[in-house]
Design a protein around this ligand. Structure first.
Ligand code: PMP
Ligand code: GLN
Length: 405
């Protein structure tokens, strides 16, 4: 075959792939994009959320021992029993709901797989799925893969009277109707740092009393809530727990984002459906990591100390930003802080983030990336997300650079 003909076939097949893409508008995630910018210009990376320090050495020892001792073969499809029991105890203590470790808890490959398996298992073609903007990037594409329709309800953005984002329960209630299969929640919230209150759960119960939708509650930052606030999960209300899939991850809790161990908890009939998908996505999850985490959870206080650790880091970043032209917003949980960059005088957040990385040497995430159309004016509030899960020295170096702009 001559070279020209070969190229022709390649071009045609590329066009066909684009025409038939199941996710035609999806490219690399903003996290990969900003990582690439950060490494290209050697910026301090406060973009993608990951700690720049080692996890607890006792956890590393526990995993090394588990690898040495074995088993190193397939784990049970639903997860190692000791880890499921440890998760049941942890969820009972924090969320206040007793899940059955055999029927209702499944260990997954990170919260990512738990969320994807849940959406694929529960959403039918034509179903509506309500998301709250700004929304974590995974939800809408996976809803689309399942044949569902993402219905996006915006939080109220900060304004002159209130410096932070606010939930609009009236708008959420109005978006939910008979065809709504799922409402996806994520509190503590990435990227706004918003947490739920008792009044939020009342509002949710009120809506749930009238409509039969399910709830997917992404609680990846469950242990990072500040200023002595209580933790409120939909799973803490029996009426909501009966229709809720609670998803979390050890990524943030044990500072091991690279291990990809998560889980989902749901009533047995819902778990049964999610497990059907989980078993064909990954079948089962890394055995010695599960064993190691289970034995570490049994003897550590590290999880309880997490909120205090990150509160100190949040406060360090807030203090540091007060010497810059960026204005921090309130942050009640997670390890992300939003800051207003309007003093830098640009309209598009992504352009601001790229310029900040290139000119000041600090990489962040534009909040507009968490909206359906990142270029739309309604998605651009001049806000950048800073990850403060970093060594104090990293935060100080970033602040020093930012003070010069
Ligand atoms: N949900 C949210 C809100 C997240 O920020 C993340 C990123 N850690 C995930 C899910 C994915 O978690 P994991 O890394 O355990 O897959
Ligand atoms: N959850 C991480 C964040 O929000 C990103 C994880 C990823 O890159 N998918 O920064």
């Amino acid at each position: 075959m001559n070279k020209h003909r070969k190229q022709q076939i390649f071009v045609n097949s590329n066009q066909t792939m684009n025409q038939h893409s199941k996710l035609p508008h999806v490219g690399d995630t903003i996290f990969s994009e900003m990582n690439a910018v950060a490494s290209e210009v050697n910026a301090i990376n406060l973009g993608q959320g990951f700690p720049d320090y080692q996890p607890d050495s006792e956890l590393l020892d526990a995993v090394c021992q588990a690898i040495q001792r074995g088993p190193n073969q397939y784990a049970p499809m639903i997860g190692v029993a000791a880890l499921r029991q440890a998760i049941a105890a942890k969820v009972l203590a924090l969320q206040g709901h007793a899940y059955d470790a055999q029927q209702e808890i499944t260990v997954t490959s990170g919260a990512t797989e738990a969320l994807s398996a849940s959406i694929l298992a529960l959403v039918h073609p034509g179903d509506d799925v309500v998301l709250i903007d700004p929304a974590y990037d995974l939800y809408a594409p996976v809803v689309t893969l399942a044949g569902g329709k993402p219905v996006r309800v915006a939080m109220r953005p900060p304004d002159a009277s209130r410096p932070g984002f606010r939930l609009d329960w009236e708008a959420i209630g109005n978006a939910i109707h008979e065809k709504t299969r799922l409402l996806i929640l994520n509190f503590p919230h990435n990227p706004t740092g918003l947490t739920l209150s008792e009044a939020d759960l009342d509002a949710l119960e009120h809506i749930a009393a009238k409509k039969p939708f399910l709830i997917l509650s992404d609680e990846a930052y469950e242990h990072i809530v500040f200023d002595g606030q209580a933790y409120f999960s939909p799973a803490s209300r029996p009426m909501l727990a009966a229709r809720c899939v609670l998803v979390s991850s050890f990524a943030k809790t044990l500072q091991i984002t690279g291990w990809k161990i998560g889980y989902c908890c749901a009533p047995a009939d819902i778990s049964k459906e999610i497990r059907k998908v989980h078993q064909y996505l990954v079948f089962s999850v890394n055995t010695p990591l599960q064993q190691g985490i289970a034995s570490f959870l049994g003897k550590t206080q590290a999880v309880q100390a997490l909120a205090a650790l990150y509160q100190r880091k949040r406060d360090r970043l807030v203090r540091g930003l007060s010497h810059t032209r960026l204005r921090p917003l309130p942050c009640a949980g997670t390890f992300f802080l939003l800051a207003d960059a309007s003093a830098l005088g640009m309209d598009q957040e992504k352009r601001t983030a790229i310029r900040l990385a290139k000119e000041a040497g600090v990489a962040t995430i534009p909040v507009s990336a968490f909206y359906a159309d990142p270029d739309a004016p309604a998605a651009n509030h001049q806000l950048l997300r800073f990850c403060f899960a970093k060594q104090d020295a990293t935060l100080d170096a970033a602040i020093e650079r930012l003070a010069k702009i």
